[in-house]
Design a protein around this ligand. Structure first.
Ligand SMILES: Nc1ncnc2c1ncn2[C@@H]1O[C@H](COP(=O)(O)OP(=O)(O)OP(=O)(O)O)[C@@H](O)[C@H]1O
Ligand SMILES: [Mg+2]
Length: 347
């Protein structure tokens, strides 16, 4: 099922919480909505499900305008952070609930429930009450309950937020695999950038009710459109630079290194970004001298804050590298490649 949102707005009293949102989601695609708390992710999801009205705009499923359809006519299923399961029913009864409401024959229901229980790996727990399950198992029941009705569209609202880190990682892999297998068009809301990168075909980054950028995880990370996206997805060192001209080229100075920029940039200043993993340390020689100001051990990497003149920058070293043992106060040199300086398109 293809989804198209055309100029969607939502206003509560006098406050616009979703502002002119347009996007297309392809059949079978998993689109992640990523953004800080209060940016309008849940509101947008609930408008797509038909649970709240839209103030302005259009929602199309396979080119059919469903904007005025009630939720039951849209054939979407939702998976929530708090599971929203029936505590007095067991696993099997929770999963079959939607099928019973649809009055399917009992034998058909048993067959469908057994199949879905297998695919979410809940075999053996069919008769358990919800209180007798772990968080991860509860979320599998919620997922099975959503999948069993064979929805055209799956909507996830921070489904993994209540789980611990390890379980979140394994559940997000299960969700992605199942979504791939079943090919159900999905929208997945999260404010966790790592989860977004791992699960998405494409990510829509939102802030204050507006779309900032919509692209593949790789594109968002490598070529963020503005400083909000650059800082929200991953770590970013941002520099405001004066654009300079010589006879042939436009360029900027980043730590006194001349970086050529495209001639079609007409702004007087631009924001340049360097990711922390693109800065390299040399202990003995280099063009840019700095001092280790702060150090954080993060397991896979060590994250340093390096003071260079008045600037403080973030720099990541793999713990496998020879430079992960620097101490605060140590003098070092840093370097970076010209291609690792990314010019953001918008301020
Ligand atoms: N029923 C309502 N009446 C008035 N304002 C509302 C209502 N529902 C949501 N809002 C406001 O709309 C904005 C967007 O809320 P929404 O729940 O969509 O954010 P969110 O991105 O899902 O945030 P979170 O990550 O915290 O879940 C918030 O400022 C919220 O206070
Ligand atoms: Mg929300």
């Amino acid at each position: 099922m293809k989804i198209k949102l055309e100029n969607i707005c939502k206003t509560y009293e006098n406050t616009q919480v979703v502002k002119d949102v347009s996007m297309k989601i392809e059949d079978g695609e998993i689109m992640v909505l990523l953004g800080p708390s209060g940016c309008g992710k849940t509101t947008l999801l609930r408008m797509i499900a038909g649970l709240i009205s839209i103030t302005q705009g259009k929602i199309l499923f396979n080119d059919v305008d469903v904007s005025s359809f009630p939720p039951q006519k849209r054939n979407t299923a939702m998976v929530f952070q708090n599971y929203a399961l029936f505590p007095h029913l067991n696993v099997e009864e929770n999963i079959s609930f939607g099928l019973k409401v649809r009055k399917l024959p009992t034998s058909k229901i048993s067959e469908m429930v057994a199949k879905i229980i297998k695919s979410v790996e809940l075999e053996g727990l069919e008769k358990r009450k919800i209180q007798e399950l772990s968080g991860g198992q509860r979320q599998r029941v919620a997922l099975a309950r959503a999948l069993v009705i064979k929805p055209d569209i799956l909507l996830f609202d921070e489904p993994l937020s209540n789980l611990d880190e390890k379980l979140r990682v394994s559940m997000r892999q299960s969700i992605k695999k199942l979504q791939r297998e079943l090919g159900i068009t999905s929208i997945y809301v999260t404010h966790d950038q790592e989860e977004a990168m791992s699960i998405a075909d494409r990510i829509t980054v939102m802030n204050k009710g507006e779309i900032q950028q919509c692209a593949s995880p790789n594109e968002i990370y490598r070529n963020p459109k503005n400083s909000f996206v650059a800082s929200f997805v991953g770590q970013a060192n941002l520099f405001n630079c004066q654009v300079q001209n010589n006879s042939k080229m436009k360029y900027i100075n980043v730590f006194n290194k001349k970086i050529n920029i495209k001639n079609d940039i007409n702004d007087e200043t631009v924001t340049a970004m360097i990711r922390p993993e693109h800065l390299h340390i040399d202990k003995y020689k280099g063009e840019v001298e700095g001092v280790v100001d702060f150090k954080e051990e993060l397991g896979l990497i060590t994250r340093y804050q390096i003071k260079i003149g008045q600037e403080n920058i973030s720099l990541d070293e793999l713990n496998a590298s020879e430079h992960h043992t620097l101490v605060v106060g140590e003098k070092i040199f840093i370097s970076f490649g010209d291609n690792d300086v990314v010019i953001l398109k918008e301020q």
